[in-house]
Design a protein around this ligand. Structure first.
Ligand code: RIB
Ligand code: CA
Length: 312
């Protein structure tokens, strides 16, 4: 089996970190590069966190490229209440030994998506880098994008909007209007992709990387147990994007037309999703996740994270 090459554009971030580790632990995909963006925390922190997580898994060889440190139009508004001041509060991860590449993330993405053998773009943070790519390099177009963001129903940053889209709605609208093969992994699915305490304890017992992931979950679960007492676990938003590539049978998708609310009112960042061909709405421009096998997803995460090197 030839692994699918992927580039992960992310804002680590607890769930981004677990998405990176899931990719590294899975022979179905090959993580060829990481680009970072401000979102959960500022760019310097999300970039340092990406370097730390790659080194945790012994993959400091994978290049990291720093991107945008603010949304295209909106003011930056990080999610320290979810991910902490470091963006990866919980475990004590050492300062990274490697540095980010000098090339800007958008320039790196442009080189990769003008190749003949293009990687899949997996985007798990605000879509600022991707929107800038399309605005500055119209010839650089991924064949496939899988993005974590949006919701058919209730948001999380606001009742109307999910954080990644809310943070940079203009960038998100730009991505959806490109009409590429785009899969939106929204909260409707990720709130069914839960890591429970029992899963965390299994990973904690699985060696050095599993222990760090368990410590990430200890911190991440604190917020989610308080905000979402109705959920039996913590939603693994970003890892669902990687899991969808590993096992496409986990998540069901539907073709839909998506339009992002770019106003400044209470619906800012809402993804309006139509699959009923309503009049005066756009043509289908994406596939939207509508359901997930949460039990099989969680087992995949635990099994793969537990398979990572147990020692340095
Ligand atoms: O709304 C969840 C998304 O926002 C996840 O990607 C999380 O990491 C944050 O970026
Ligand atoms: Ca993220």
């Amino acid at each position: 089996m030839t692994p699918t090459p992927i580039i992960l554009d992310c804002d680590p971030g607890h769930d981004d970190a677990i998405a990176i580790l899931l990719a590294l632990a899975s022979p179905e995909v090959e993580l060829v590069g990481v680009t970072t963006v401000s979102g959960n925390q500022t760019l310097d922190k999300t970039t340092g966190n990406a370097l730390r997580v790659l080194e945790l898994a012994g993959r400091g060889d994978i290049p990291v490229y720093a991107g945008a440190d603010a949304p295209i139009v909106r003011a930056r508004d990080v999610a320290a209440h979810v991910h902490g001041e470091s963006g990866l509060d919980g475990p004590d991860l050492p300062q990274p030994q490697h540095a980010a590449q000098s090339q800007h993330a958008v320039e790196y993405l442009a080189t990769q998506f003008t190749r003949s053998d293009k990687p899949v773009l997996v985007a798990t943070g605000p879509l600022t880098n991707v929107g800038l790519l399309f605005a500055t390099h119209p010839g650089a177009r991924p064949d496939r994008i899988i993005l974590m963001g949006g919701a058919i129903g209730e948001g999380n940053r606001t009742p109307a909007a999910e954080f990644n889209i809310w943070a940079d709605p203009e960038a998100a609208q730009r991505v959806f209007q490109e009409g590429l093969d785009t899969t939106m992994v929204g909260l409707d699915v990720t709130h069914g992709a839960l890591i429970k305490d029992e899963h965390t304890e299994r990973m904690r017992a699985a060696g050095r990387v599993g222990k760090v992931v368990a410590e990430l979950m200890d911190f991440y679960a604190r917020f989610h147990k308080a905000r979402y007492p109705d959920l039996d676990g913590s939603p693994m938003h970003d890892p669902v994007c990687v899991a969808h590539l590993i096992d496409p049978t986990l998540m069901d998708v539907r073709d839909a037309a998506i339009e992002v609310d770019c106003t400044t009112g209470p619906s800012r960042g809402r993804t309006n999703v139509d699959w009923r061909n309503r009049e005066h709405f756009g043509a289908p421009n994406a596939k939207v996740g509508v359901s997930i096998d949460g039990d099989r997803f969680a087992e995949l995460v635990v099994d793969r994270i537990s398979s990572l090197p147990a020692s340095a």
